[in-house]
Ligand binder design. Structure first.
Ligand SMILES: Nc1ncnc2c1ncn2[C@@H]1O[C@H](COP(=O)(O)OP(=O)(O)OP(=O)(O)O)[C@@H](O)[C@H]1O
Ligand SMILES: [Mg+2]
Length: 245
């Protein structure tokens, strides 16, 4: 199995506040891995560390087997171009059409002509199950549709890895299911590796190849949910959702 992301003994402090003590895990090519942990355990910080928006106080991070430490801004930008992010809220530009929202990062890169951009926008909207909505404005869409447009925008750059920060929060059951199905589809059809931060235990059970449980600054347990279910009481409480009530 090929490692795409590896954290080795990562510690993270903000001033005198220690968020991570010793986080070690590896994510392999083509996996869907869910990162779970109580609020404030630093899950969002882990995603930001992986894309080099934050740097660890100690330890090492490797992405596509390249060490992030010592990379300059240009190298980080190059690395980020292979990683798609769907952060909470999807953050679409309300005054731009769906077409322009999805085309945004493609235009920024200046690598594609108009015809190519049109094709990519059409294709990614079709992947997320929203063909033909190019002319609409974001306020006309539901929360779930906005999330899917946010995903289409990330997919437009052909990422190898997708990072999702609480992708189903605030969505109704059918929109939640759709997002889960899409994450599986990205793995099965495009071999995209995903890290999904979530409090949504049901979605985690449905989509994950593996879970990584974070608590008090380190990895409490990791494995397939079937393996974790026969683990210790603390882990069982965790995966039954009792920690999140
Ligand atoms: N840039 C920053 N500067 C200072 N402290 C920060 C910064 N980013 C995060 N923190 C702190 O790190 C801790 C972990 O935050 P983080 O947002 O990663 O938690 P989380 O596990 O994602 O929580 P939630 O489940 O509520 O989203 C928090 O105490 C937060 O205040
Ligand atoms: Mg968070």
């Amino acid at each position: 199995m090929q490692s795409v992301i590896s954290l080795q003994n990562v510690g993270m402090q903000f001033g005198t506040t220690s968020v991570h003590k010793d986080i070690t895990f590896t994510i392999n090519q083509g996996e869907v891995v869910t990162l779970l942990g109580p609020s404030g355990t630093g899950k969002t910080v882990i995603l930001k560390l992986i894309i080099g928006l934050l740097f660890p106080t100690s330890g090492k991070i490797f992405v596509f087997n390249k060490p992030l430490h010592g990379m300059n801004e240009r190298e980080l930008i190059q690395l980020r171009s292979h990683i798609g992010m769907l952060f909470q809220g999807a953050a679409l530009f309300d005054s731009l059409t769906i077409f322009e929202n999805v085309a945004y990062s493609l235009r920024e890169r200046g690598r594609y002509g108009e015809t190519q951009i049109t094709d990519i926008v059409r294709e990614t909207l079709s992947i997320v199950g929203l063909p033909g909505i190019e002319g609409k404005l974001p306020p006309a869409l539901s929360g779930g549709q906005k999330k899917r447009v946010g995903l289409a925008r990330a997919l437009a750059s052909s990422p190898k890895v997708m990072l999702f920060d609480e992708p189903t929060t605030g969505l109704d059951p059918s929109a939640t299911r759709m997002i889960g199905d899409l994450i599986i589809k990205l793995r099965d059809q495009f071999n995209i590796t995903s890290i999904v931060v979530t409090h949504d235990i049901e979605t985690a059970k449905r989509i994950s190849d593996r879970w990584i449980l974070i608590n008090e600054g380190s990895v409490l347990a990791e494995g397939a949910v079937s393996e974790l279910a026969s683990s210790n009481n603390q882990v069982i409480e965790f995966i039954s959702g009792e920690w999140f009530d």
